[in-house]
Write a protein that binds this ligand. Sequence first.
Ligand SMILES: C[S@@+](CC[C@H](N)C(=O)[O-])C[C@H]1O[C@@H](n2cnc3c(N)ncnc32)[C@H](O)[C@@H]1O
Length: 279
Amino acid sequence: MHSEKHREHLAKGLTYRDLLSDTLSRDLFEKLPRSFDIVGDIAIIRIDEKELLRYGVEISSAIMKIHKRVRAVYARGPARGSLRIQQLEHLGGERRTETVYKENGLRFSVDIAKMYVNPRLGSERLRIAMDIKDGEFVLDMFSSYGAFAINIARIKRCLVVASDINSDAVTHMRRSIYMNKLLGEVMPLVSDANTMPLRGVFTTVIADNPTNILESVEAITNALVKGGRAYIYALTDEPEAMGREIERSSGSRLAIKSYYKVKEYSPRLNIYRYLAIRV
Ligand SMILES: C[S@@+](CC[C@H](N)C(=O)[O-])C[C@H]1O[C@@H](n2cnc3c(N)ncnc32)[C@H](O)[C@@H]1O
């Protein structure tokens, strides 16, 4: 149900920025991000300008005025460390970091303060799920809260082992498995990908840890059956050279068949997905 005021804002096509134009100096206003993520009922906005954080209350209430389902607003810094968790600062609304968000008809339980969460990869995850065949044995090696694994099991009758070193992420994955109707099975596992005990068994491996992928190429290769394939995500400014580096790190047991730019990461660096075959 929308209030009269909310209907008025939407009808005028107003954004949260419009509500701040009289509050901020022209200079600061120009630095306000034009977009932000909404994960379930939590808005997460990237604010690089320290000065803007002083207006956290005003920014959060402008966001909540325009987006009525938002209950909490956080500013985020870059994802850090091997768990890729983003630094958060509460701007307004409820002090809560757990939520449930929807993607491709699925519901995911997440805690944005405890695990890597990216609501923008829904179409990439669906694209990979469509490639998987019924009956496959899949490893989602850096699964976080299980987004690839659960997207795959939604539409394919296969078995997906979904592992991550972050036990909080795996706890939320378990919840999400029960919250959704799946055709296939997902087996959650807290495990270090680089010491994965299952070898030579998986028909497909998904390796989505782009900032540190080269240290795991041997483990990816070992996990695959001969003829199996891996989708390997890597951050680089030289995609051709990175492809050769992946092949070299596998001891020439992986052959790169193609690569594709998935998203821009910074002005220089992009994230690429490599399709590799275990020869
Ligand atoms: C980019 S995030 C993965 C995102 C996830 N695939 C998705 O679709 O949202 C990388 C993940 O790798 C996990 N990770 C980092 N090093 C690891 C390791 N050695 N073994 C297992 N997981 C690891 C982190 O905890 C993090 O959840």
